[in-house]
Design a protein around this ligand. Structure first.
Ligand SMILES: [Zn+2]
Length: 93
């Protein structure tokens, strides 16, 4: 945000009044959109990797990965099965 502010001030100095203001407004509108899109794609990339999702699982509960025990088909949060103690499991999305 400070970078876009500096760039917009620089544009106001370079360009005459109406164009400088329009360019500054354009940067203020486009810059957050670009940052948001980059953040979204970064989140998506972490979601696809799927490993070690403890941190992101805590922050976003909807995309939590659960595991299904292959022995007794009990759903749990990973590690050993709390019901039968087996470590045979598969990810369940
Ligand atoms: Zn089990």
């Amino acid at each position: 945000m400070f970078a876009s502010l500096a760039v917009s001030i620089g544009l106001q100095m370079i360009l005459p009044f109406p164009y400088g203001l329009a360019a500054a407004l354009g940067i203020f509108i486009v810059f957050p959109l670009l940052l948001r899109r980059r953040a979204m794609s970064r989140m998506g990339g972490y979601g696809e990797s799927g490993t070690g999702g403890g941190f992101f699982g805590a922050s976003s509960g909807s995309t939590k990965v659960r595991y299904v025990c292959l022995v007794c088909s009990n759903k749990h949060n990973g590690g050993a099965c709390p019901r039968c103690g087996s470590k045979m499991q598969r990810a369940d999305f």
